[in-house]
Design a protein around this ligand. Sequence first.
Ligand code: ATP
Ligand code: LTN
Length: 335
Amino acid sequence: MSETVHKPTLYSAVQPSGTITIGNYIGAIRNFKLLSDEYDCLFCMADLHALTVRQNPADLRRRTAELAALYIACGLDPEKNIIYAQSHVHQHAELAWILNCFTYMGELNRMTQFKEKSLKHADNINAGLFTYPVLMAADILLYQTNVVPVGADQKQHLEICRDIANRFNGVYGNVLTIPEPYIAKTSAARIMSLNDPTSKMSKSGEVDSYISVVDDPDTIRRKLRRAVTDSDGEIRLDPENKPGVTNLITICAAMRGCTPEEVCQELQGKGYGALKDATAEAVISVLSPIQEEYKRLISDKQYISDVLKSGAERASYLANRTLRKVYKKVGLYQG
Ligand code: ATP
Ligand code: LTN
């Protein structure tokens, strides 16, 4: 007798607000691939979220297609997984509105991402930036998601998502699945900027602060050689006092698939030049095959467009089931 076995659902998203960095790769995308066999997965390009910061329209469009190609080049099979653009599934914005009515100003006011982005974009502190976590909660809750792999910077957003879902369920019964975050417990969950290792690496940061997954080998070597370290010359893990060196060790270990302690042991007694070179070679060897596949995919515009169309149809079908249930529960007239 054949029967469809449903796996638990995994959901994650990345904003097409730049070209993804090794921070996005190590903190989030490589975990998507690791977990993808055990779950039914949806991977989204969060283009609506990207609008919370002013975007050049042509760049945003191009980056959305590029992000889809990068997801696939990083090993996510678009047949097995649903890969789609957030704006193609109108249910996201609709559920976000309902959830806005279940979210308190006070809890949004505590979000550190809002505080950081408000400082960075002081001329454009818009309401979308403030309610960003509500749209993110809608993304996750629409698909009755069980697990959400993200970097450490998104922990607070996952917590508010769970709070909103629990509040909604408290009023209407068990409508929404409460998701679990999947965040690495090590420093790999938060890769730091190369030129300011006390703040996180960000794809919308200064070009020398990050390594993009499409940077060529010479650029990677140059950026790492210029990375900020310290003056004591010792290769050891100490995030408090040696954030730059700790970050390089973390990147090197993550790319080699070994522990940070193993990297320290191997390079003990050598200078920071050796650490930077070892890190560059580890990064290059992981990124080279991804870049090759990416180049092939991005030249096939029709293929990317077909993947996104089919992804949006599959996602929309699932999203609609939750949205209808929510509309009914809150009392919207269904005809
Ligand atoms: P932006 O610069 O536009 O704010 P970002 O680089 O911070 O973008 P997001 O699109 O917000 O990236 O995040 C995509 C995923 O990558 C999320 O799961 C996020 O937690 C993770 N991530 C982002 N930056 C890092 C980092 N420096 N280290 C580890 N994970 C990260
Ligand atoms: N806010 C996330 C991107 C994002 C996301 C999501 C992540 C939007 N919707 C849903 C996980 C689940 C970020 O990384 N800045």
